[in-house]
Write a protein that binds this ligand. Sequence first.
Ligand SMILES: [Fe+2]
Ligand SMILES: [Fe+2]
Length: 240
Amino acid sequence: MATAAKLGSNLTGIQMSPKDTERLMEAVEQILPDVPGDDALLATERVKRNEEAERIGSVPIPGSAKGMLKSTFDMIKGKSPELLVDKLGERLAFERSGVRLYDAMIAKVKAMNVVGSDLVSVLQHIRDEEFEHMLLVEDAIKTLGADPTAQTPCADVAAVKSMGLMQVLTDPRTNVAQGLGALLTAELEDNAAWELLIELAEAGGHPNIAKSFEKAKTQEDDHLLKIKSMVRRDLINDIK
Ligand SMILES: [Fe+2]
Ligand SMILES: [Fe+2]
């Protein structure tokens, strides 16, 4: 596996063949897309499709009688429990993906065989905390009488969003710095999302759930700090 960026035979830029640049620019003017329409039509079509589209799934009605009772109780006690369940489903999906992202990163670092590095143990520590967070969210969903195995709309969107990160981390050609960059994207969102989730639980009338999430938020602050400093350390080491 490669480490830092290297000079090589990259032919993607026009500077690699100045004599062809003019011809290339002419071709851009002359060869038009072979599908009808233009930017304005595309924009109109997008608006139309957005207007017509159904929503991405729904938050399920509690499947058990116990859940139904709890939900009714929370419906009285709390506000819009389905909104909180949707966002809890999102967090559950994200934390589960987080565990997998860290597993992929740990494999990448192990392949580097860096003697004396604490990287694997730090990554393992964060990975285990992401797993704990997943179980914590599962408990909160059950407290509301909802089904943690159901994929909520926001959970669906979260899984789609993390696909790019997963591709970066599981690509055997990406190096440690590139993997850390993907983890930084994940942790930035992770951090903001926990903060919002605590606020949402409080606003929805579930102070106990909000309280149970405080430790996770503190751990997420630590994840962000650690990943950010690893990104910095890796880049600065390479540039010196
Ligand atoms: Fe997390
Ligand atoms: Fe995290």
